[in-house]
Design a protein around this ligand. Structure first.
Ligand code: FES
Length: 108
């Protein structure tokens, strides 16, 4: 079951800024690029290490370890688009809060 989960207040996620956080035990990085919000699982598909802190150029984040470039919009690798993608989340803004859609277990 998927749910929309709060990850940031728009007031603190201004254009050009980003933040890393943990959501339900998963590392997530959220970006504001020119007023649009994007969210990724903060784990490089190559080794699982954090991407947050890597250089962000346009909508591409550069892995700080081996330099692979990923689109934070689509998750695609810039140089190897057919290979494993970076996991991305749907994002929306509701009542001033940036939210991501995430699969969460259903409790009974
Ligand atoms: S660990 Fe990210 S590209 Fe190698």
């Amino acid at each position: 079951m998927s749910r929309w989960l709060d990850v940031a207040n728009v007031y603190y996620l201004t254009p050009g800024s980003a933040r890393a956080l943990e959501v339900r035990g998963l590392p997530v990085a959220v970006f504001n690029i020119d007023g649009e919000y994007y969210a990724i699982k903060d784990a490089c598909p190559t080794d699982g290490g954090a991407l947050f802190g890597g250089v962000l150029r346009g909508d591409e984040i550069i892995c700080p370890r081996h330099g692979e470039r990923y689109s934070v919009k689509t998750g695609a690798r810039a140089d190897n688009p057919g290979t494993e993608k970076l996991e991305t989340f749907l994002v929306r803004v509701s009542h001033g809060l940036v939210q991501i859609e995430m699969e969460v277990p259903e409790y009974h």
